[in-house]
Design a protein around this ligand. Sequence first.
Ligand SMILES: [Zn+2]
Length: 796
Amino acid sequence: MGVKRMLSLALAVLSIIALGFSSVWSSPQTVASTMSELEAEQDKSLIRITVPNEKALDELVASDLDLTEYLNRENGKIEMDAIATNREVEDLLQQGYDIEMITSDEEVNQILTERQHTVDQLEQISEEADQLNILRANHFTNQSGTFLYIETKTTAGDYRSNVLTAEWTDENGQQQSATLSPKVDHGEYLYHYVLLNIEDIPEHVTITSSLGASAESAVTEWIGDGTPDDGKHYVTDFIDHYMDPTEITERIEQLAEEFPEIAEIVTLPYETNGYRRNAQAIIGDVNNNPGAAIVLTSHAWGHEGGNQISVELQNPEQANADLQVNVSSDTIEVNLATNSTSNPISTAAEVIEAINDEAGHLVTATPFRNNQGEGIVQAQTEITLTDGLNAPEEISRDPFEVKAIRIGKDRDGSKTGVLAYSQEHAREWVTPLVAIETAERLLRNYSTDADTKKLVNNLDIFIVPTVNPDGGHYSFYDYNYQRKNMTNHCPAESADPLNRNSWGVDLNRNHSVGSVHDGYIGGSTNCLSGSYAGPEETSEPEAKNLIWLAEENPNIKFGMNIHSYGGYFMWPPGAYDENRTTLPRPTAGEEAYFWQASETILDAIKEHRGTVILPGRTGPIPDVLYSAAGNSADVLWYEHDIFAWDFEVGADLWNPETGRWQAVGFQPPFEEGHEEAMEFANGMIGMLDIAHQYGKDHQLPKSSLQTVPDETSGTVEISFETSEPATVFYTLDGSKPTFESDRISLKGTREGAESITITETTTVKWFSMDVAGNIEKNYNPEGNGKNYNQKEVRVK
Ligand SMILES: [Zn+2]
């Protein structure tokens, strides 16, 4: 292995680690929740700092940072590497720098171990030939240009020295080539891919591997050109600003009032905890003397009297005074005990006990975090407790009634139901706009547009524009990066006001299928974590509301969980465990249906301004993003038989100047947020089209059996072809096929249907069933009929 190759292997490993950490560190909540770990000053890491300008660079160079000799100036951006303690990283983040973790010391050893493992594995696989499977070879054109996207899977797996190269001939007969990157998630190799800005579209590509394999594929278009029909009267665009949950809820109430024939409000039964908190104050200096600090928490909600409580700690300025607490109305006055020289001697623990004894009807006093209250308390001028909530008065502090708008001509459960819901995550401000825009389009085009009329007449549509109104209000008025609801499940030691922005439950991790409590990855049991799953499954009223909707309305067959950002379109499974074993994959037929439906939906999104949801961001959640234990789409799919999709609105924007994709964030300028809402409302209408087709589907599927004999081994490979996406149930033991029989599943991540190896002459019996429940030849798997398919497969 040459030096150059060794280096590129090492860099490839480093870049994976960098990606992993930068995504963790970009979340402020995660940073806050790891504060205690940050206290460990010995841990140092190699980091990359993006520096905005030369002046800032000078400042950094003058600082105490241990700089490396790496500095990269590119496109007006400066990247600089440094060795930093966690505290320094924290400081840099506080100062607004972008930080990417490259590697920490302890990871170096791990990298070396992994490297040795890789070297060993490479030796082994270079003795066997690999095989290539081209999963996708697509072109597409969006508002910024034409792109080529290729995905190829090698049987050798993730070995960086096994480089995959794409080659094709351009218009002028020139040979072009590009190297594919491996895609690895949670240690599992998924595929190699490349996404390229190209001038002209090749007809074919050839992929080769350094281990000597080769495969060829035609290049097909990913999404149609999506030219909208002209001359059609169809009204769109009903949003002009980001709306808080109170506005959003009033809006759907008005709509239901305006269109009583085709819409109504459904009030969900579980009220939220409310945009409210107890009032709190911290007495003392938590940085320099945390053992003397005291946390006071009111019993009353802040707006119901907690915010009126005040406390004062006085030094009586006399020798040998006793500790005393006097309470008059909502004022707590503490006279500290003193020694013979009139200096205060009361410990925090003593003051806490005295306050709880005398003012326990107003407040609870506790030590700060994990301190024992051993510090000596100093005098404190009067301070008033506060809930810290800044929303104007018209935002109610009461428990909130979450509402759905139900749209349809027949809202009696007889039509195919569709559920769309947004703002599980409070800070995702664009998502309620998608919901509102969709509702308005349906209602306002009903009388003039035949397509809309078809949807409203034949579907039963439930739209919950804001699942998490309390968090939503908090995000708008107090802390814009609020993700979770506002309910505090933290014990006293982490329930002080400095942690308020980290309280709450992640409503897309609180559900009962594949949760962190079941051992799945991507949820947390730490009450301060950004992905805190709650004290138990479905603990939160906001989560219960969703389940209630699904249970009350078994006609709901389609769901869309609307999030931001990144431009993703995903479906179950949504979680895997630490071995990267996912929840059960859909059958091959169901998966084919997901893909088929995605074409309609993604075409619709593209129509608005040419946004292409990338093929690499389309698919089952763990294949394109990461595991999300206890998410809501999974519970809808696995427990309620709902085809449950997720949108991440806000696709990256191509920046032609930097030649890079640029993230849009949770709260882009409204102009951009508006565009996102418009295009994903298109996607929602596309999904309603899918649901409408489903409701009309009475076509029976057909299937056939393919056999491929293997001359060398003497076995036969069998596979099934279906006339439409359909699940194949089969037996090999001569018994009649039923719903309990084996089903054809997927060959592997992002691959097609599996084939089965037959080793002796076998009669295969099978039937197929489409997603709408139509069964081939009207066979009844639970009856006595024999109108299933059968075929003898001969093995010599
Ligand atoms: Zn989200």
